[in-house]
Design a protein around this ligand. Structure first.
Ligand code: ASP
Length: 429
């Protein structure tokens, strides 16, 4: 085997259809599905085809089931991995935590505000998928707090309980980090096998997730063909409204970042936008803030002129924990689906959406479609039927790109704010 072959065995061994970019696969699936949906009746299906049409949803159901199953292990290992591999100094760490929490909360509030004002879920009708179970109980926020402590360490993994899981992940993450630092100070390396194990598990979960994501075009094909066959094009009017609403909310969040940069740092917002263009475009084209991270880190220092310490805290930690675009999207999706099915979410329930979206966005890895994985947990927490996420899959390929760009912009904003009001002096360079 020559050198080039050994470097890129993966692409060579992949079948031809996997070498087509995922977005293109999804677009092809969409077009084929619309044709099949029209052939099957476009809203007036022939009764003889009923079984066939219903079975078209099977791939989407399986993909969703797999995403639900992967969500909790993904959050657990992603959080542990970040704590074990990144060093956050105490004071900056506290400032960083406050910044991350405020930005994410603002993002979710912006999302909820836009969804409550535009009410995209009422622009068109979507028929309920089968097995829909509405949550009838009203949820009490204090109960939620009491519920944050799990009965057994592994129970949140089994129950898919995101809040309990984050409590476990953060506790172990903080403690393992402290043990690692103590051992390093004493010249010991006992932590290494655990760090390696966590790193390997993280990679394993992501690889399995990639298998599931490879099936997304098939899921999109089935669910769109079924929807068109049974309901015609009416549901897509509502999905279009959802896209518009998410874009409006993301744009508002971008304005919020620019305002924070203007008043909280020395950086000129226009320079911030122009200097960040490479990172935004990479985020948009890869749908991954982790893949974009090296570019974000680089441009923060070279094009915007931040200190290395602020750039690394914002970009490296942010790429793992700070996903404001994802948080905004998850909260909006929950509200949108609640509007679509006419299951009103009261204030208490919207509060739960805020809380779980914060946790779900912290747990979402910076890879394509990760927000879709953890979204299942937000839906479950307020009793929304997760089957509807299958419909969101059809537009996620586009919205993922947009929210990833905002995730990266959020990391850059945090870096600028950490850099403070005084520009780097010549001797600091
Ligand atoms: N793709 C996003 C990111 O990499 C995560 C998400 O799916 O929301 O930041």
């Amino acid at each position: 085997m020559n050198e080039t072959e050994s470097i890129k065995p993966d692409t060579k061994l992949r079948p031809w259809w996997q070498r087509i970019p995922l977005t293109l696969q999804i677009i092809i699936a969409l077009v084929l599905a619309v044709c099949l949906g029209i052939a099957l009746g476009a809203g007036n299906p022939n009764a003889a085809n009923k079984d066939l049409i219903n079975n078209l949803a099977i791939p989407a159901e399986l993909v969703l089931k797999a995403l639900r199953a992967l969500a909790t292990p993904l959050i657990l290992v992603a959080v542990l991995h970040t704590f074990m591999t990144t060093n956050i100094p105490g004071r900056a760490g506290r400032k960083l935590t406050v910044l991350l929490l405020t930005n994410t909360t603002v993002a979710i509030l912006v999302g909820l505000l836009v969804a409550n004002v535009l009410r995209p879920g009422t622009w068109g009708r979507l028929a309920a998928p089968e097995n829909t179970q509405a949550a009838s109980q009203s949820i009490d926020p204090w109960g939620l707090l009491k519920d944050a402590v799990p009965e057994a360490v592994l129970k949140p993994l089994v129950d898919n309980n995101v809040i309990q899981l984050i409590v476990i992940a953060l506790s172990f993450g903080i403690v393992l980090r402290a043990i690692k630092s103590e051992q390093i100070a004493e010249g010991k390396r006992g932590y290494q096998p655990i760090e390696d194990l966590v790193g390997t598990l993280f990679e394993a979960v992501i690889r399995i997730l990639n298998w599931v994501i490879a099936l997304v075009p098939l899921a999109v094909f089935g669910i769109v063909a079924k929807t068109v066959a049974l309901q015609g094009f009416a549901p897509f009017k509502s999905l279009f409204a959802f896209i518009v609403a998410v874009l409006v909310a993301l744009a508002l969040q971008a304005c919020y970042y620019l305002t924070r940069v203007k008043f909280g740092s020395w950086v000129n917002p226009l320079k911030f936008l122009a200097g960040g263009a490479d990172a935004f475009l990479t985020a948009f084209s890869t749908s991954s803030s982790t893949v974009t991270m090296p570019i974000t880190f680089e441009i923060l220092q070279t094009k915007i002129g931040l200190r290395e310490s602020s750039a690394s805290l914002g970009a490296l930690v942010g790429a793992n924990f700070n996903n404001d675009g994802t948080a905004l999207y998850e909260a909006m999706s929950a509200l949108y689906i609640s509007q679509v099915i006419g299951q009103h979410l009261n204030l208490g329930q919207q509060l739960i959406v805020i809380l779980t979206s914060i946790f779900a966005s912290v747990g979402a890895a910076g890879i394509p479609n990760a927000g879709l994985v953890t979204m299942t947990l937000v839906f479950t927490s307020v009793g929304l039927p997760t089957q509807y996420i299958a419909l969101l899959v059809t537009v996620d390929w586009f919205l993922d790109r947009c929210r990833t760009a905002i995730n990266v912009m959020g990391d850059m904003t945090v870096s600028a704010l950490l850099d403070g009001k005084k520009p780097r002096s010549i001797d600091e360079t």
